[in-house]
Write a new protein. Structure first.
Length: 410
């Protein structure tokens, strides 16, 4: 009996000892890790990080201070050194309604918005926004973690709405050509900035603005019957999410790495003591967990650069099962992978929706095609449905922010 117990104990010790070893990072994981770094300087990033600085302050210098504060603080909210009353005034009101909701676009064309007052009151914000779009680079100077401090993109988006309202004002005043030229230039400027964004929030937040510009331009062209040059479809670099998804992967990479042998891994109450490192490593292997995630992010990257038709086909057949790893060697890691997050392919779909919308815009306002002749780039054989003055194609996901719909009448 003693020998049996002895051999069982030895076997258990050897088993636990064997479970202390983690895998090396896979080549797929290493390729993603190599893409994100916070050691490169970016004036554009600092400018955007400090865009809400008080009047008279330099946004770039403010951004440097905020970056320094965020790197030395565990709480993202502690990074911003300005109170709401000190920050640059943020535009608000009915002029900043959401397109596709109620009669937002009709209201903007009604002449009810006091555009001149907006331009005068928020001149500093419009100037800062314009300066940001002049930069030809962008690099997030912060590690991709759950505590990352993001720029206040809302300021950038609201400034672009003011520019859209200014174009509508020019149109209503009779300066049709100037209004069209302003919108075309704005669309080109914003899409270049969207291409340079290296994080998911920045990539996605500018897409509704691009969609809104097309809607306003479409209304003006529908009412005037003017011809317009073809707007280029989204290029592969514009649709590329390589760095974006590398940073999303980086959040998990740093998060799981910090959990390795962490005494608070199980969040045990203090009266029960902290978990020993050997027990945590027995149940959780950071590299194994990280390796299991890498193929998902690489797959998303491939989906992003496909044509809309290819994307619709591949995403329909996508295996949406959660990533998994060894239940025996990595029990806790496998459980963590089962925690469902938002399906990131829906964000990729927003970019394809915009590409489909550009194609619809060109078919209507450049090629002057009849509605019954329009082609849905997603590959669906259909006539776009007209609802509330908007033509909408169907697609693989719900059309967020009406990006797949084009306004053609008020």
């Amino acid at each position: 009996m003693f020998k049996v117990v002895f051999f069982v104990c030895v076997a258990l010790l050897l088993f636990c000892f064997a479970l202390q070893y983690d895998d090396e990072l896979s080549p797929e994981a290493e390729s993603l890790v190599a893409r994100f770094s916070d050691d490169q300087s970016s004036t554009a990033y600092l400018h955007l990080l400090g865009i809400s600085a008080p009047v008279g302050d330099d946004p770039v210098l403010s951004g440097e201070s905020l970056l320094k504060a965020s790197r030395s603080s565990d709480k993202p909210s502690d990074a911003y050194g300005y109170s709401d009353s000190e920050k640059l005034s943020l535009p608000s009101g009915d002029g900043f309604c959401v397109f596709g909701v109620d009669d937002c676009i009709g209201y903007l064309f009604s002449g009810s918005v006091k555009v001149i007052d907006l331009l005068d009151h928020h001149r500093v914000l419009v100037e800062r926004s314009g300066r940001f779009f002049q930069y030809d680079e962008y690099r997030t100077m912060m590690q991709p973690t759950e505590n990352e401090v993001f720029p206040e993109y809302i300021y950038l988006v609201r400034a672009q709405r003011i520019k859209i309202l200014e174009a509508i004002y020019l149109y209503k005043m009779g300066d049709v050509r100037e209004a069209i030229e302003s919108l075309v230039t704005q669309f080109s400027t914003v899409r270049r900035a969207s291409e340079r964004q290296d994080n998911l929030m920045g990539k996605v937040v500018l897409l509704p603005t691009l969609s809104d510009i097309l809607d306003v331009l479409s209304i003006i062209l529908s009412e005037t019957g003017l011809h317009i040059e073809e707007i280029p479809r989204l290029s592969v670099p514009e649709k590329d999410f390589g760095t974006v998804f590398a940073r999303e992967f980086g959040v998990s990479y740093y998060g799981f790495s910090r959990l390795d042998k962490a005494p608070n891994f199980f969040e045990v109450d203090e009266k029960f003591g902290n978990a020993p490192a050997w027990l945590v490593r027995t149940l959780f292997k950071p590299n194994m967990t990280i390796n299991a995630l890498a193929p998902y992010y690489l797959m998303l990257e491939e989906l992003a650069v496909l044509s809309p038709a290819e994307f619709a086909r591949d995403v329909k057949n996508l295996d949406r099962g959660a990533p998994s790893t060894s239940v025996i060697r990595n029990l806790a890691g496998n459980a963590l992978l089962r925690v469902e997050g938002p399906p990131l392919e829906e964000y990729v779909a927003m970019t394809h929706d915009l590409d489909v919308k550009i194609a619809m815009f060109n078919q209507i306002h450049h090629s002057k095609l009849d509605v019954r002749s329009l082609i849905n780039l997603y590959g669906e054989s259909e006539f776009p449905a007209l609802e509330n003055g908007r033509l909408c194609f169907s697609g693989p996901f719900e059309a967020k922010y009406s990006i797949r719909c084009l306004a053609v009448q008020l």
